[in-house]
Design a protein around this ligand. Sequence first.
Ligand SMILES: Nc1ncnc2c1ncn2[C@@H]1O[C@H](COP(=O)(O)OP(=O)(O)OP(=O)(O)O)[C@@H](O)[C@H]1O
Length: 791
Amino acid sequence: MAKKKKSTSKKTKKPAKKISFALTKQQKIILGSFLFLLGTALLFSFISFFFNWQADQSALGNLSERELETRNWLNKFGSNVGHFFIYDGFGIAAFILAVLIALTGIYFFFDYTKTALKRFWFWGVLLMIWISVFFGFFTTTNSILSGVIGFEINDLLQDYLGLIGAILVMAFLAIIYLVVRLKITPEKVIAYFNKKKTEIASDFSSEDASESTIDQTDYEKTVVEAHTTTEASEAPTPFSETTSEEIKNDPLEKLILKSSEDDVEMEVEQTVEEETVEGDLSKKLVSDFGEFDPTLELSNYKFPTIDLLKDYTKGQGITINQAELEENKNRIVETLNNYKIGIANIKATVGPTVTLYEIVPDAGVRISKIKNLEDDIALSLSALGIRIIAPIPGKGTIGIEVPNKNPKIVSMRSVIASPKFQNAEMELPLSMGKTISNETFVVDLAKMPHLLMAGATGQGKSVGLNAILTSLLYKKHPAEVKFVLVDPKKVELTLFNKIERHYLAKLPDTDEAIITDTTKVVHTLNSLCIEMDARYDLLKDALCRNIKEYNTKFRNRKLNPNDGHRFLPYIVLVIDEFADLIMTAGKEVETPIARLAQLARAIGIHLIVATQRPSVNVITGIIKANFPARIAFRVTSKIDSRTILDNSGADQLIGRGDMLYTQGNDLTRIQCAFVDTPEVADITDFIGSQKAYPDAHLLPEYVGEEGGTNLDNNIDERDKLFREAAEVLVIAQQGSASLLQRKLKLGYNRAGRIIDQLEAAGVVGPFEGSKARQVLVPTLEALNQLLDNEN
Ligand SMILES: Nc1ncnc2c1ncn2[C@@H]1O[C@H](COP(=O)(O)OP(=O)(O)OP(=O)(O)O)[C@@H](O)[C@H]1O
């Protein structure tokens, strides 16, 4: 403040000298109007002088005689002033002076900045001299065209340079004026002449004084008029090339320039451009940096190539065995006739492993009759894997599926290469295999939203899981999807270890990303629940209903990473051998699974659960309710089939990847695509050899509660660091396992164990979800007392 005051007082002191020049507003108005009127008076005087100068000769210098009348519109003043400026001065070019004076009056009257005015005067006076010298060429004696000054300068030039030299000097000066002042280039002149030939002619001959008004600003006009010596043209020229800066400061020029064509348009465009620069921040960020690209960190990542997959069909499609078809048809017709069911029509669709015979029964045959005879018909046809669909939904026909004698393997390669999969615009496309009509079957895991797979051992479950993972690897960038793999059998998914730093997610402080240990499974599932809650918070914050909307917003830079927002990859949790988990961990697994299954769909966590034993105590009601999409490989009993599909049929499958898929209503029979272990090894090698993220995708930390219910306060079995750990927590008054991990440099499991022992000893409170446990001992003394009393 003090500084400010100082500077203002300085300001008021310093210009004290200047004050004599600075005019008040009233003074400026008075001076402005005076100059404008003076300029106008001169203009009238000059015009009038031009026509009457000869008649008024007698009045020149004779100002004392009051009665003397002159013809000039401004009488004695007009004729004398005209004589002085035109005859004795600059000739016809003196008009420029009158205009300049009037213009100065306008500038003062409206108090415009004077930078442009100075330039008008500079160039205006030069032009005036040049024009008068120019006219000097055409007069042998002093005339009113050139005035004395023009005549004398011309005389001087010719005395020293001769006529040609004088002309060359004048031409050179004209060029300087045109180029520097009017910025005229040869191209512009040519363009102008082509465009306005006719106008030039009329301008050339125009002597109308009214045209001298300042609205003739177009520089092209000035060029012409400069050449044609029309007095009127001189005044406007300077206006034509004021810069855009001046235009902003100078409303008069803005006004004038509006009538000009090219320059004004340029100015308007500039303003529009400036306006568009301002916009909302996200648009600006997108225009500056482009949309956020989650794949940027691994921008050179290459998707696995198709030739890593084997072609088991060796390029051959399905071959139709006419004899087999005929034989089957005859047997079907015969069998049905035995039960007095007539057939009106029969049609066969040959699939890779199964052929579907569609039958239209004779009129009057009840469908329920055929349905009841299902088993008998199957027995009569005496083939494994016959399935009767009566009626085929939406068709009104009866379907009998009969396995082919020579089933074809559906190779993963043919499925991945199919246009249906390649062009699939899905979030998480899974190419499962081929339907009975030999069409590639592609479904979106994001829409399922979770998948339950069951089937007896050796029927193709593991191959099915590999097919699912392979299709995601072929379609999704490592930034877009992460897998959490649970493999209690320890052998099925080990190959995917190679892509840990690309595609896998794991708990912090764990070595292996693939989870084989039941305790870790519980932790991981709970950690996923924490991640789910965190993601819901992010979605709520961003006012989005699902992960797709959220990620789109994030890509468009509408969400600020400083507020905790991040690009959310899909997380696919794959559990092989779910029955085993339920056996060992029971409720501990079931509860988080049920929670995830119920809530995780919107935030991009999807579950694929595979099990051998689909008994009801494994696939409980609560889980089943949240897994509408199910795959059944061959099972041994109808009951198992019903447990998985709520329908029979899976018991009639032929195995080796023959499966039934349902998403809540119809059953679709699909031959699962076959992908062998070496193929998966090649794919994971291909991905694993590429540049990866520094670590696997880390899930939020979860502090286990497994010891909580079964507290074991055995002093002898306590960890060696038990006491030290107790002290750390008491000092920090924070019962967190991660604190112990950091302070004592422990692994996750050991820290968790110590926490359990501390809980048993009464040092920390019970598990409280994602919050740290409460420390029950307030001071170190109290701790010592507590632990010493134990012994
Ligand atoms: N889609 C398929 N096409 C052709 N053959 C298949 C297909 N799926 C599986 N098979 C054959 O069946 C065998 C067993 O498959 P897979 O290992 O997937 O069974 P599984 O159900 O996982 O058994 P388990 O539960 O005991 O692990 C494979 O080795 C393969 O020969």
